[in-house]
Write a protein that binds this ligand. Structure first.
Ligand code: NDP
Ligand code: 8X3
Length: 253
C-alpha cells in the first residue's frame, strides 16, 4: 500500500505538479500552502480522478505555530502512514545588488526558504523516524550551488537548503531516512512573477529565447527519486534546461 506524501507549496509550480504525478500513481497526499481555494480545488480534482485520499492543510510555513497546529491536526492513522516529505515551498523576492537590498524581501526569503523548511522538517522528521523510515526531498536550486549578480540573499537561502540536505542525510542515516536535494535551473512557474512582484512582462522575459524547464519536468524527477528501491538514494540532482549551462550562461536564440 502506498504511503502518504506530504508536499509543501502544492498550490502552484513544482509542488502542484508533484501532487498530480503522485496522485496519478495512486499515492495518498497531504497538500499544503497558503491559498486554501487552490488546495481545495486540487483536492477535488485529484480525489475524483484518481480515487486517492487527499488531505488539505492550509498554513504559512513561516509561522511556527501554524505549522505545528496544522500537523498536529492530522489523525494518528495518517501520521503513522507518512513516508515522504517534499520541502518545496519557497520563493525569491526581488533581484538586485546587496547595497540596495529591501530588508522585507530578505526576511521573506530567509523566513520561507530556510526557517519555513526547518519548521516543517522539525515536525515531520520525528514522525518519519517513528514510522521506521522515509524520504525527505528538499527543493533547493542551482542558486544553492552558484551565486549570480543580484541573487545574493536568495542564493544564500538556497545554499542553506543545500547544506541542510547534506546535514540531514548524516542525522537521518541511522533511521533509514533518505534525503534528496533537488537543484533546478530556470523553470517557468509562478516563481518569476513572485520574484518581480507581479510584473508579468519582466517575469516572462526571463524565459525569452530558450525553452525553460516545466514544472512537470521537475515533478517527474522527484517522482523517480522517490520511487527507487529501499537500498538506493539519489542524494543530489541538478536539473537544467538544455539551453542553460550555468546560472549565468543561457543560450538564447
Ligand atoms: P511557484 O511560485 O510556482 O510556487 C511556490 C509555492 O510555494 C506555492 O505553492 C506557494 O504557495 C508556496 N509558498 C510560498 N511561500 C509560502 C509560505 N510562506 N507558506 C507556504 N507556502 C508557501 O514556484 P516554483 O514551483 O517554481 O518553486 C518551488 C520551489 O522551487 C521554491 O522553493 C523555489 O525556490 C524552487 N526553485 C524554483 C526554480 C524556478 O526556476 N522556478 C528553480 C529552482 C528552484 P502559496 O503562495 O499558496 O502559499
Ligand atoms: C531559481 C532559479 O536561477 O533564478 O532558483 O536562481 S534562479
Amino acid at each position: 500500500m502506498n504511503k502518504y506524501v506530504f508536499i509543501t507549496g502544492a498550490t502552484a509550480g513544482f509542488g502542484e505538479a508533484c501532487a498530480r504525478i503522485f496522485a496519478q500513481n495512486g499515492y495518498p497526499l497531504i497538500i499544503t500552502g497558503r491559498r486554501a481555494e487552490r488546495l481545495e480545488s486540487l483536492k477535488d480534482e485529484l480525489t475524483n480522478e484518481y480515487n486517492i485520499d487527499v488531505i488539505v492543510l492550509t498554513f504559512d510555513v513561516r509561522d511556527q505555530k501554524e505549522v505545528s497546529d496544522a500537523i498536529n491536526s492530522l489523525e494518528d492513522s495518517v501520521l503513522g502512514q507518512i513516508h515522504t516529505l517534499i520541502n518545496n515551498a519557497g520563493l525569491a523576492v526581488g533581484r538586485g545588488p546587496i547595497q540596495n537590498g529591501v530588508l522585507d524581501d530578505w526576511e521573506r526569503m530567509i523566513d520561507t526558504n530556510v526557517k519555513g523548511l526547518l519548521f516543517v522538517t522539525r515536525k515531520i522528521a520525528p514522525i518519519l523516524i517513528n514510522n521506521g523510515g522515509g524520504h525527505i526531498i528538499n527543493v533547493a536550486s542551482i542558486a544553492g550551488k552558484e551565486v549570480y549578480p543580484g541573487g545574493n540573499v536568495y542564493c544564500a537561502s538556497k545554499h542553506a537548503v543545500d547544506a541542510l540536505s547534506r546535514a540531514m542525510r548524516i542525522d537521518m542515516v541511522e533511521h533509514r531516512i533518505k534525503v534528496t536535494n533537488i537543484a533546478p535551473g530556470a523553470a517557468e512557474t509562478e516563481f518569476s512573477i513572485v520574484r518581480f512582484k507581479g510584473d508579468k512582462d519582466t517575469a516572462k522575459s526571463v524565459y525569452d529565447g530558450y525553452e525553460p524547464l516545466r514544472a512537470e519536468d521537475i515533478a517527474e524527477v522527484i517522482f523517480f527519486a522517490a520511487t527507487r528501491p529501499a537500498h538506493v538514494t539519489l542524494n543530489d540532482i541538478v536539473i537544467m534546461p538544455t539551453a542553460q549551462a550555468s546560472s549565468m550562461v543561457i543560450h538564447k536564440e
